[in-house]
Design a protein around this ligand. Structure first.
Ligand SMILES: [Fe+2]
Length: 350
């Protein structure tokens, strides 16, 4: 059984106390694992269900889209949480840097997850992977290869759309540019990218695809799984039209490779059900769980024995930038400072 609490912005405090009480019942401390998750229920429920069926260990999840690190810090040694699930290496490393996590020494995880997608001190590891790619108009973009560097080329003036430069997906990408090309190059590049914007950054990755479909821009940055989410969206069928208007291009495929990031997990510092939590982490890296992830989420498996879904495979092979993800964590603050320095979010005419 998976018990869940959905906590949204603003509702966090009101619901947190109730969830805490339920999670803390000592009588059920055996045979459970408690998760704080920034990932949405529909993404991880199938995995947790499969884990419980296999192991008999129950999972309890507190979902939130903000504030879980703060909550872990405030709870300290009394926290019922064993695991933190989140997206982006930046957020995983933030939790580690704040002293909220601990190392996991697991031969299973090391065998299943390549070193590039693990913290060198074993405080976090990737469960799935996504590429940050270029969405390009099928109609108006003839190029079949665009590098991140190209995004600053004046030929794209007024033709580029992105979400906020301060969003973690973008600061992580900018961090890879700093790691690969240095800070001075990255600042100049980012100014060029900003100058090419069609309008002020707004919305999420899918809204950039929408704006390509409606002709407001010709190229955009977006994550791979949003392509699949749009292509298969029965609830909002207009998103199928957005996806149909764009072709996914994998930047830098002919040199260092495309920027990839992870969704991942970390063991909390005071995990009361540590052994069970490690069992769940090991399960998540297994072929069985990785297959569920690939199919349900259209993310790339981190376990190289598992193939991506048919939709994802249909875009061709991704060549990931081999930069260790810890480097992204290292330069993310600098990346965020550069976004402010060039006033990226104010848009092209600022
Ligand atoms: Fe996302």
């Amino acid at each position: 059984m998976t018990r869940t609490w959905k906590i949204v912005d603003g509702g966090l405090l009101a619901l947190a106390a109730g969830a805490l009480l339920t999670l803390s019942q000592p009588a059920s401390a055996q045979g459970e694992v408690n998760i704080y998750s920034y990932r949405e229920p529909q993404l991880i429920d199938p995995l947790l269900k499969a884990f419980t069926e296999k192991s008999g260990i129950k999972t309890n999840v507190v979902y939130a889209n903000a504030g879980l690190n703060e909550r872990l810090a405030a709870e300290g040694a009394n926290s019922p949480a064993d695991l933190l699930f989140t997206v982006d290496v930046g957020r995983l490393s933030e939790a580690k840097d704040a002293g909220l996590t601990q190392a996991v020494d697991s031969a299973v995880i090391k065998a299943n997850v390549p070193a590039q997608f693990r913290d060198p001190q074993d405080n976090w590891f990737g469960i799935s992977m996504r590429g940050r790619i270029v969405y390009a108009s099928k109609e108006r973009v003839k190029e079949d290869a665009i590098t991140y560097e190209d995004l600053a080329d004046p030929k794209w003036k007024g033709r580029l759309c992105t979400r906020s430069g301060q969003h973690v997906y973008n600061t992580s990408l900018i961090a890879t540019m700093i790691a690969n090309k240095g800070e001075a190059f990255t600042e100049t590049w980012l100014k060029g990218v900003k100058a090419n914007l069609a309008h002020k950054p707004a919305g999420g990755d899918r809204e950039q695809a929408r704006d390509i479909a409606s002709g407001k821009c010709d190229i955009a940055l977006g994550n791979t799984y949003y392509m699949a989410l749009m292509m298969t969206n029965e609830k909002n069928p207009e998103q199928k039209q957005w996806a149909a208007a764009i072709k996914p291009l994998f930047p830098n495929a002919s040199d260092r490779g495309t920027h990839i990031n992870i969704a991942g997990a970390a063991l909390t510092k005071h995990a009361p059900n540590k052994a069970n939590a490690i069992k769940l982490m090991e399960f998540l890296s297994s072929e069985e769980a990785q297959k569920i992830y690939a199919t349900a989420n259209n993310e790339y498996p981190v376990n190289s024995k598992v193939e991506p879904s048919a939709i994802v495979a249909g875009w061709g092979k991704i060549k990931p930038d081999p930069l260790p993800l810890e480097n992204i964590a290292k330069y993310r603050k600098k990346a965020s400072e550069l976004v402010d320095k060039v006033n990226y979010d104010a848009g092209p005419n600022s």
